[in-house]
Design a protein around this ligand. Structure first.
Ligand SMILES: C[S@@+](CC[C@H](N)C(=O)[O-])C[C@H]1O[C@@H](n2cnc3c(N)ncnc32)[C@H](O)[C@@H]1O
Length: 243
């Protein structure tokens, strides 16, 4: 089980409520700040996720923790007929709905308020499920992953994109300086919510990655689990299927 890092140290709310509140707070600035803090590389990583899903020829896709919908929008380039974005932050979904309407994709993509740990869909409903930078925010990682396995169709494809920690010198040291000092400072200067970016970097530093996350996926019941580190290991794409 991942360590429980929460956004607000003095809040009585549980992690899920705090996470929803935090993303509501930063929803309007999220897209802009995201590009800055990742130097725009997140766009390239999401494209790789789309390529994996496209190969699976999925027709119905669930994008969990969809946020402002960037991955859901990119997934519209595949042969999917229906894409559903699920998130617990209505603020993030609202920004996403506007982008989807502007791109005239509202007939293909639906943004739904809902929790990954209690997914409001039947068993075996989706050909592919994606989560980009979402799993580390789950209150209960194992419960969220078990729910994903439940709603994924047999032979379906599951893809996670998540931050990870570089293990090789000098990237390891560079990443430490960036996540401990630079990222929280950018957050404090540019964000409406001063603690949000400290939470995002702290949660990234303790979240399981690589073989540890592969093993959690296997324990939950996923098959053909594989991790594909990106950009010196600062992010990793995980692929898995349901037998
Ligand atoms: C860092 S954002 C990622 C958004 C988007 N996937 C992207 O790639 O930009 C994380 C999102 O996870 C959502 N989230 C966190 N816990 C969740 C849960 N239990 N169920 C659904 N969404 C959740 C948050 O509300 C937030 O919008």
């Amino acid at each position: 089980m991942s360590e429980k890092v929460k956004p607000y140290k003095d809040s009585q709310l549980n992690k899920k409520q705090q996470v929803a509140q935090m993303f509501d707070n930063i929803s309007k600035e999220y897209d802009g700040l995201n590009r800055v803090i990742s130097f725009g590389i997140d766009v390239k990583w999401r494209k790789k996720v789309v390529d994996i899903v496209a190969k699976s020829k999925a027709k119905r896709i669930l994008d969990i923790a969809t946020g402002t919908g960037d991955l859901a929008i990119n997934l519209a380039q595949t042969e999917a007929q229906e894409i559903i974005g699920l998130d617990i932050s209505d603020g993030m979904l609202e920004v996403g709905r506007k982008k989807i309407a502007e791109k005239k994709l509202s007939d293909k993509i639906t943004m739904t308020l809902g929790d990954s740990e209690n997914i409001p869909f039947e068993d075996n409903s989706f050909d592919a499920i994606t989560v980009a930078f979402g799993v580390r925010n789950f209150e209960n990682l194992e419960k969220g992953l078990a729910e994903i396995l439940r709603v994924l169709k047999p032979q379906g494809t599951f893809v996670i994109l998540e931050t990870s920690v570089p293990t090789k010198t000098p990237f390891k040291q560079g990443y430490k300086v960036y996540s401990k000092y630079i990222l929280p400072t950018i957050g404090k200067v540019f964000s409406k919510d001063r603690s949000a970016y400290s939470y995002l970097s702290e949660s990234a530093s303790v979240f399981p990655y690589g073989e540890t996350l592969n093993n959690i996926l296997r324990q939950i019941g996923f098959s053909n689990v594989e991790d594909l580190p990106q950009t010196f290991g600062v992010a990793t794409i995980y692929k898995a299927t349901k037998l």
